[in-house]
Design a protein around this ligand. Structure first.
Ligand code: SF4
Ligand code: SF4
Length: 350
C-alpha cells in the first residue's frame, strides 16, 4: 500500500474530518509514512472543539443559578470559556456533574426532584440519537425538571463552508466512520457530485486510514473516478441506521448553529422540535450571558478550518498544554492540538 501511495504521490491536501482519525493518524505516525507532498489537515470533527465559547459561557451561567445541576460529559468541563471553565466553577462549589450518557442525566433529574437538571448536549449525528432517546425517556417518566441545552451539529453543512473558503484548498476528505454509521452515505454525495472532491468513509485503524488515503489518491490522480466510497462497509451501511435517524427526526429539527472557527452555519445544528419545547433549556430557562471572547493568541479557529497545523499556534506546547489547555483543541483526546502534542513527543516544538 505504501508503495502505491508513493507511486501516486503529487501535491495534495486531504482533510480528516473526524477527531478520532486525527488521533489515530498522530498515534500511528501515518504522517511520517507519507510522501512529503501529501498534507493531512484536521477538520471540524471533534464535538468538544467545535462548540463555541458562547455555549460554555451559557453553561457556566446556568451552573451559577440556584437549584440547578449542570450535567456534562467530562471533556466539556475543561474547555475554557471567556472568563472561566466548568471545571473551575465546580472547584468553586457549583453543582456540575459528570455523566457518561444522556440517560445518566435523566436519572439525575429523577434522583433530584428539587433541582432542575440541564444536560449539555454536544456532538454530531453520532451522539444526538442518544439525547433524543433521553428526552423520550424524560417524556415517558413525566419529568419536568430535565432540560437540554443543544449544541448538536451536523457535519455536511460544515464541509460546504470549508469548501467555499479559498484558503483551505482541499483535494479530498476522509469521512467520519461513526457519523456515517448513523447517517449513511447520502448526506455526503454532494462532495464528488457538486465539488468534484473524492470522499472516502473509513474506520479508525492505521491500515484503514492508509487505505482510505490511497483510495483518495487514486481518485485525485485520475486512476479511479471521483466518487464517494465506503471503505468501512463492516460498520457503515449505505443507508446508515434508520432507527437512530428516525429518533433524531422525531425529536430534533435543523437549526442554524455556531461553530468555533466557522461561525454560524445555516441548518447545521439541531434544535428540539416544538413538541419537546418543555425540555429546551434555552426556551424555559433564560439566562443573561456577557459577550464571549476567544483566548488571546489561540488559533483553534484556524486549526479547525484546516488553515494551519497545531504547531503554528505560538501557544502550542508552551502556554497551552493538555494539563492546562488555553484553547478547546487542546482539551479533548480527539482535539487536533492535543493529539499533535501527545503523540508528537515534543518534536513539533521549536
Ligand atoms: S463522535 Fe465519532 S465521528 Fe465524531 S469525532 Fe468522535 S469518533 Fe469521530
Ligand atoms: S495550541 Fe492551544 S491555543 Fe493554540 S490553537 Fe491549539 S488549543 Fe488553541
Amino acid at each position: 500500500m505504501l508503495a502505491e501511495i508513493q507511486r501516486l504521490a503529487r501535491p495534495m491536501r486531504l482533510m480528516e474530518v473526524c477527531g478520532t482519525h486525527t488521533t489515530a493518524i498522530c498515534l500511528s505516525g501515518i504522517r511520517g509514512m507519507l510522501p512529503p507532498e501529501i498534507e493531512l489537515v484536521s477538520g471540524p470533527g471533534c464535538p468538544v472543539c467545535v462548540t463555541p465559547n458562547c455555549y460554555i459561557d451559557q453553561a457556566i451561567a446556568y451552573c451559577k443559578l440556584p437549584g440547578m445541576i449542570v450535567a456534562s460529559f467530562g471533556d466539556m468541563l475543561k474547555v475554557p470559556g471567556t472568563a472561566s471553565s466548568l471545571a473551575r466553577e465546580k472547584e468553586a462549589g457549583v453543582n456540575v456533574r459528570v455523566v457518561y450518557s444522556p440517560l445518566d442525566a435523566v436519572q439525575l433529574a429523577v434522583d433530584n426532584p428539587l433541582y432542575r437538571v440541564v444536560f449539555l448536549a454536544v456532538g454530531f449525528e453520532t451522539t444526538a440519537p442518544a439525547v433524543a432517546a433521553a428526552i423520550l425517556t424524560a417524556v415517558k417518566k413525566g419529568l419536568r425538571n430535565f432540560f437540554v441545552l443543544s449544541s448538536h451539529k451536523q457535519v455536511p453543512p460544515a464541509l460546504r463552508v470549508l469548501l467555499a473558503l479559498p484558503e483551505t484548498k482541499l483535494d479530498g476528505f476522509l469521512l467520519p466512520g461513526h457519523v456515517c454509521m448513523i447517517t449513511g452515505l447520502a448526506p455526503y454525495a454532494f462532495l464528488p457530485v457538486e465539488y468534484h472532491k473524492p470522499a472516502v468513509v473509513t474506520g479508525f485503524g492505521a491500515l484503514d486510514i492508509l487505505r482510505a488515503i490511497m483510495l483518495i489518491m487514486m481518485q485525485v490522480s485520475g486512476v479511479a473516478e471521483t466518487r464517494l466510497e465506503n471503505a468501512y462497509p463492516s460498520v457503515v451501511r449505505p443507508d446508515g441506521n434508520p432507527v437512530a435517524q428516525q429518533m433524531l427526526e422525531v425529536v430534533f429539527e435543523p437549526d442554524d448553529s455556531e461553530w468555533r472557527g466557522l461561525g454560524v452555519i445555516a441548518a447545521s445544528g439541531l434544535r428540539l422540535r416544538r413538541e419537546y419545547q418543555d425540555y429546551n433549556a434555552e426556551y424555559n430557562l433564560p439566562v443573561a450571558v456577557a459577550e464571549s471572547r476567544e483566548p488571546e493568541g489561540c488559533r483553534c479557529g484556524d486549526v479547525l478550518r484546516g488553515f494551519v497545523q497545531p504547531p503554528a499556534c505560538s501557544l502550542f506546547g508552551k502556554a497551552c498544554l493538555p494539563v492546562q489547555p488555553i484553547g478547546a483543541c487542546m482539551v479533548s483526546a480527539e482535539g487536533a492540538c492535543a493529539a499533535w502534542y501527545r503523540y508528537g513527543q515534543g518534536r513539533w516544538l521549536a
